[in-house]
Write a protein that binds this ligand. Structure first.
Ligand SMILES: C[S@@+](CC[C@H](N)C(=O)[O-])C[C@H]1O[C@@H](n2cnc3c(N)ncnc32)[C@H](O)[C@@H]1O
Length: 243
């Protein structure tokens, strides 16, 4: 059986395994993606932020500590929403249980819409970008990360269980659905080229201000060996866009 969207995260074994990986000190999300994401967000003081696919909302909690006025998370997984409710208890943050395609994107509501490692699960991403454009205030920002297109192109390397020191890029321009073996399950993702993301964002009306491929920084690693390993394969792609 293959899992679509949030479904995998509502399989309890998958969820526990994923959370344990995500919270690892050496997790590439923490060592590579988070520092770049924070840099792109800049000063969040006074901002109203919407996080699409917020997971357990630990990042939202961090943003509230940094002075964001209100954090709204949305996630399609019941397990994630339960975890997020605990994390956000007593804060100016809240979380809603919706698949993104059913979320009510109210007009001119947020200063920042963000999303971390979620959009490669979405089949009709153009509609989501259109909705995000609508829900942003004028000059509002969309900042999101996806799995690097080099990774999503082919599942051949993903299927190997050993630590990867190289990655097979294949079918790069044959975009569309991939069924990837991940944490002992089959997960549906959508491969897009960098150019595809760029074109869709422009079609929705965004100006693309910056992209980052998240090159690892030695100062963010406690192990030299891990840093050297992470210099080999790009994992993340981050877009910063403005309405
Ligand atoms: C890899 S996790 C990332 C979680 C969080 N953004 C983070 O970086 O820690 C992907 C998240 O996207 C959510 N998700 C995937 N597809 C979704 C959809 N169609 N609608 C809402 N949430 C979705 C999943 O439930 C999961 O919490």
């Amino acid at each position: 059986m293959s899992f679509k969207g949030s479904q995998a995260y509502d399989n309890d074994d998958f969820f526990e395994n994923y959370m344990a990986r995500r919270k690892r000190e050496e997790s590439p999300n923490e060592r590579i993606e988070t520092p770049v994401f924070l840099e792109k967000l800049g000063d969040v003081t006074g901002k109203h932020i919407l996080d699409l696919g917020c997971g357990d909302a630990r990042f939202g909690y961090e943003l509230l500590q940094k002075g964001c006025t209100h954090f709204q998370g949305v996630d399609g997984s019941k397990n994630m929403v339960e975890a997020a409710n605990k994390v956000l208890e007593g804060t100016n943050g809240s979380v809603a249980h919706f698949p993104l395609k059913r979320w009510d994107f109210e007009k001119h509501t947020y200063d920042v819409v963000m999303s971390r490692l979620v959009f490669h699960y979405i089949e009709d991403l153009q509609t989501i970008f259109d909705q995000v454009y609508k829900t942003l205030a004028d000059q509002g920002q969309l900042i999101f990360s996806v799995q690097h297109p080099v990774l999503t192109s082919s599942i051949e390397s993903a299927a190997k269980s050993s630590k990867k020191s190289n990655w097979i890029v294949d079918d790069y321009f044959n975009t569309g659905q991939r069924v990837e073996p991940w944490i002992e399950e089959q997960v549906i993702k959508y491969h897009r080229t960098t150019e595809d993301y760029f074109a869709m964002l422009k079609r929705s009306g965004f100006s693309i201000e910056d992209i980052s491929e998240c090159s690892p920084k030695p100062e963010n690693f406690s192990s030299e060996e891990e840093y050297e390993r992470r210099m080999r394969i790009p994992l993340f792609l981050i877009f910063s866009c403005r309405k």
